[in-house]
Design a protein around this ligand. Structure first.
Ligand code: HEC
Ligand code: HEC
Length: 307
């Protein structure tokens, strides 16, 4: 081999090495992503097992909540999803800030539980049974919507233990103890932005500025009625809904709809709100600082505005 041939071979080899490297770089993107997805699925699987072992009794065997006989709300909601880049649904990836906000909301709610509701504290940090890593697994399962893993593992689990929906689900919520710890958690009003999300929408929708907050059900609250500075419907959502249900359908306390309360004397209901019902979870709202006018506004709201 003369020198010029050796140089040609060298150049050839370098070119080959470069081409291989370039090819590898081209494949690096998709390879990294699928490894990331595999990792995520692994975490979600651990989350699914933790869900089966800890959460089914209240939120339902498949996370469908009250729809499948649970006493707690559904968790298999579209609004709890975080969409990844290049998702099969072909919708835009959830922006980082929005994804972080949802993650924090779920992580906080699991860690702290929810004051005055049956949702227990789960984080070891606040005296619960799960580590923050484990709580992270459950949040990943919820935000990636891997309820298929919950169902699979649940079947497997119940085959071994002989459990059925009847033995798993808590049927009487009034027997549960309420969470009293408050480590800065959300309530149904502050959580509302996470219920209203639609991560499957083809394009992000711009919030309309200056639009009045609608009362649940879209009905206007009685004119001028505010309780502690909030529209009466918002106050209900923030304070009463944890026991009486977001749709006022009844949960720990009975349903509070015009239909169900028709025929009840206004004075009697005002008395119940003012004094509470001793020996039950229903507190005295006069003792909690509400004025007589505010209590009357609440009674008017539950007896006249449909949910
Ligand atoms: C911590 C749970 C809890 C909270 C919070 C709560 N309630 Fe109650 N409420 C109950 C329970 C439990 C009962 C049923 C008491 C009984 O057994 O008579 C009840 C009963 C009532 C009743 C009587 C219903 C009937 O058919 O006799 C009214 C009215 C009522 N609540 C309104 C409210 C309003 C308005 C709020 C918010 C300001 C509120 N409650 C907040 C638990 C709660
Ligand atoms: C003893 C019953 C019970 C158990 C067990 C339970 N929860 Fe809950 N959970 C509730 C109730 C009740 C609420 C609704 C609180 C409210 O009305 O604000 C709730 C609310 C939630 C919320 C907020 C949902 C929303 O609509 O704002 C999340 C998230 C949640 N639970 C996750 C879990 C997970 C995950 C587990 C298992 C580790 C679990 N819960 C176990 C009773 C329970």
């Amino acid at each position: 081999m003369n020198t010029s041939k050796q140089v040609n071979v060298m150049i050839g080899l370098m070119f080959l090495a470069f081409a291989t490297f370039a090819g590898y770089m081209v494949y690096e993107g998709p390879r990294a992503e699928s490894a990331g997805e595999r990792q995520e699925a692994l975490l979600a699987e651990r989350g699914a097992q933790l869900y089966v072992n800890n959460c089914r009794s209240c939120h339902g065997l498949e996370g469908k909540g009250q729809e499948e006989g649970g006493i707690a709300p559904a968790l298999n909601r579209t609004s709890f999803l975080i969409m990844a880049e290049g998702n099969p649904q072909g919708v835009p990836a959830t922006p980082d800030g929005e994804a972080q906000g949802l993650h924090d909301f779920l992580f906080n709610t699991l860690s702290c539980g929810r004051t005055n509701t049956a949702m227990p504290v789960w984080s070891e940090r606040y005296g619960g049974p799960l580590s923050e890593t484990q709580i992270g697994y459950i949040v990943t399962m919820i935000t990636t919507g891997r309820w298929d893993l919950v169902i699979d593992y649940g079947h497997h689990h119940d085959e071994e233990t002989g459990d059925t929906a009847e033995t798993i689900l808590i049927s009487d919520p009034s027997t549960l103890s309420l969470t009293t710890k408050n480590c800065g958690q959300y309530n149904l009003l502050t959580a509302r932005e996470f219920y209203d999300r639609d991560p499957l929408a083809p394009a992000p929708t711009e919030p309309v500025d200056g639009e009045a907050t609608p009362t649940p059900g879209g009905e206007p609250a009685p004119v001028g009625a505010t309780v502690q500075g909030l529209a009466v419907g918002d106050f209900f959502l923030a304070t009463c809904a944890t026991c009486h249900g977001q749709q006022r359908q009844g949960l720990i306390g009975p349903a509070l709809t015009p239909e169900r309360l028709s025929g009840r004397a206004t004075d009697e209901l005002i008395g119940i709100l003012t004094n509470g019902v001793p020996g039950t979870a229903m507190p005295s709202w006069a003792a909690a600082g509400l004025t007589a006018d505010e209590i009357a506004a609440l009674v008017e709201y539950i007896t006249t505005v449909a949910p």
